[in-house]
Design a protein around this ligand. Structure first.
Ligand code: KIV
Length: 263
């Protein structure tokens, strides 16, 4: 049976860390869930790592539907979270619902939407109509042009307060999870303590309820600059399955990310 949102909430309530890896195809889906990964994230990072694009902006809803179907076919236990690509959620709640419904029909268990308080109305609209939502704040790659690059978010007092306000509003609107990307570890810890839903960190310190990494980064096969929060789990591991098992073990033990991976 597939992991459900209530199982994930119970893991968070019991203090069990949740291990997440991005996944885009059936073969890796099987390997990842056999290695103990709790959530497979069909991330729009597929635009970067599969399609070789500079940003995630050109990824389409059809791309996400295709890869969601592949991941669902290759897995039977893991929870499947799917990104809503650029332009499919920054619209009316009604139109966002239609797009999200296509992802759910393809097999998603939850959709992930980038955006702070501005998305609260949409989150409420979707969750009241049966579509679980993970809200994504901090560094939002779909807003890279607005943010002026892939940089640390929430550093100033003003930004930190805004992120806390966003987090609280999104939870109130019905978000079932909150992902924080590249924010100071101390802020992520404060937000995690304030909320009752699981928080997911990437470059957000060890105190989040869950951790996520891009599959190709953790296998050491992504090109370009290596971000500080990445770790190559293939180093010293005999196989991909073993590398992912080490990642899961380190996340569950609170050993990854270390202070050297945070801000
Ligand atoms: O698309 C993606 O892979 C993501 C993660 C970086 C969190 O959203």
């Amino acid at each position: 049976m597939r992991t459900t949102q209530s199982t994930l909430q119970k893991m968070r309530d019991d203090g069990e860390k949740i291990a997440i890896v991005t996944c885009y195809d059936a073969s890796f889906a099987t390997v990842l869930e056999n290695a103990g990964v709790d959530i497979l994230l069909v991330g729009d990072s597929l635009g970067n790592v599969l399609q070789g694009r500079e940003t995630t902006l050109p990824v389409t809803l059809d791309d996400m539907i295709y890869h969601t179907r592949c991941v669902v076919r290759g897995s039977s236990k893991a929870f499947v979270m799917v990104d809503m690509p650029f332009g499919t959620s920054q619209i009316t709640p009604e139109d966002t619902f239609e797009n999200a419904a296509e992802l759910m029909a393809a097999g998603a268990n939850m959709v992930k939407i980038e955006g702070g308080h501005i998305m609260a109305e949409t989150v409420e609209f979707l969750t009241q109509r049966g579509i679980p939502v993970c809200a994504h704040i901090g560094l939002m790659p779909q807003s890279v042009h607005q943010l002026g690059g892939y940089k640390l978010q929430g550093e100033s007092d003003h930004q930190a307060k805004q992120l806390m306000t966003d987090a609280v509003l999104l939870e109130k609107a019905g978000a079932g999870m909150l992902l924080m990307e590249v924010v100071p570890a101390a802020l992520a810890k404060k937000i995690t303590r304030k909320l009752s839903i699981p928080t997911v960190g990437i470059g957000a310190g060890v105190d989040c309820s869950a951790q996520v990494l891009v599959l190709y980064d953790m296998l050491g096969i992504s090109s370009g600059r290596k971000a500080r929060f990445m770790k190559n789990f293939m180093a010293g591991a005999g196989s991909i399955q073993a590398a992912v098992e080490i990642y899961v073990k380190e996340v569950k033990a609170g050993k990854f990310p270390g202070p050297e991976h945070g801000f």
